[in-house]
Ligand binder design. Structure first.
Ligand SMILES: Nc1ncnc2c1ncn2[C@@H]1O[C@H](COP(=O)(O)OP(=O)(O)OP(=O)(O)O)[C@@H](O)[C@H]1O
Ligand SMILES: [Mg+2]
Length: 319
């Protein structure tokens, strides 16, 4: 009798599991980022330049449809990593997969990648439109399709009215936006943006942010390198922090702050002066304090990504 009940329970559990599995399959579109399939995998990648070891066994995974932040101090190896991914640089050792295909054996995967490089890649003696026609042709576009894509890319970065102007007459922000358009002109599934907001004013930065959010909504996978921690905190689903060619931390913003951030600080202004408490129990501290102090004001400061970055990579200057 006991045996019978036990197997009955097992059967129910099995049924329950099967139903849940089927629901997950059917409603796959609702999967969270963490459950999405890998789009890009770096597995133990090494790269050196004339004796300078730029990547030392770099490994990370980027999931489909996410904005993946690649952070690190100057010289950490971010540009080297994204150039390998875009097929601009060869790797020395290790494996890079795009949708489970090894990039060394499947050159066609590079068609699904667009890169807006850190060093602007534009012909300044050509107009904005001529630049985009050039990059579109590189990716095999021609005729009506090329015309349409160029028009779409110009409109996306709000440069339609400047289409026929020479790039050398553009401001820094306009050049950055055109650099982004050049990465998009062939409609790639994966976008690499290597410091896309360097040297631009808050208006251009907001326009670029808006573009990036729209590209994510369209289902594209975005790799984003930046030195601006507030940008990474606002935009990225997952972050990889690298230093000296290696991954040193990975997670969501919240996970990284919990693991590597400072304890939050409660700053209380009392009649006897300002007092600071490093605590996760702000209410308890205030409760106790008010019994013997007159509290005039208080604020609670959470740790942020900048602190995480400095805690992990130190304060010394890099080359
Ligand atoms: N073409 C090159 N020749 C020699 N060394 C290079 C070359 N490109 C990069 N390096 C070196 O490789 C290392 C990684 O450089 P990389 O440009 O990938 O770093 P990064 O993280 O993108 O830096 P930044 O934040 O300054 O853009 C550095 O030590 C750099 O000096
Ligand atoms: Mg770089």
């Amino acid at each position: 009798m006991t045996d019978f009940n036990f197997s009955n329970l097992n059967l129910q559990l099995l049924l329950c599991f099967c139903v849940n599995f089927a629901i997950l399959k059917i409603f796959g579109g609702f999967l969270t980022n963490q459950e999405r399939i890998p789009m890009i995998q770096f597995l133990d990648v090494f790269k050196s330049y004339d004796g300078v070891q730029a990547l030392k066994g770099l490994s990370f995974t980027v999931r489909s449809g996410e904005i993946f932040g690649l952070l690190g101090p100057n010289g950490a190896g971010k540009t080297t990593a994204v150039h390998i991914l875009a097929g601009i640089l060869p790797l020395d050792r290790g494996t890079v997969l795009i949708q489970n295909k090894n990039i060394l054996q499947n050159a066609s995967v590079f068609k699904s990648i667009g890169i807006a490089p850190q060093a602007l890649s534009l012909y300044t003696n050509l107009s904005a439109k001529e630049n985009l026609i050039f990059f579109g042709r590189l990716f095999g576009l021609s005729g009506e399709k090329l015309k349409q894509q160029v028009k779409k890319a110009l409109s996306f970065v709000q440069l339609t009215d400047q289409a026929d102007k020479l790039v050398k007459t553009f401001s820094g922000g306009m050049k950055r936006r055109l650099n982004l358009a050049a990465a998009l002109v062939h409609d790639p599934q994966i976008l690499i943006l290597d410091e896309p907001t360097v040297g631009v004013d808050p208006q251009s930065r907001n326009a670029i942010f808006e573009n990036i959010r729209q590209l994510k909504k369209q289902g594209r996978t975005i790799i984003y390198t930046t030195h601006y921690m507030e940008e990474a905190q606002q935009l990225c689903d997952h972050l990889a922090i690298m230093d000296h060619g290696e991954l040193i931390a990975f997670g969501t913003v919240r996970e990284l702050i919990e693991r590597y951030g400072n304890k939050p600080v409660l700053i209380v202004e009392t009649k006897n002066g300002v007092k600071e408490f490093r605590t996760n129990e702000a209410l308890g501290v205030l409760e106790k304090l008010k019994d013997h102090e007159t509290i005039l004001n208080f604020r609670f400061e959470q740790s942020n990504l900048e602190q995480v970055f400095l805690n992990l990579t130190g304060h010394s200057l890099r080359n």
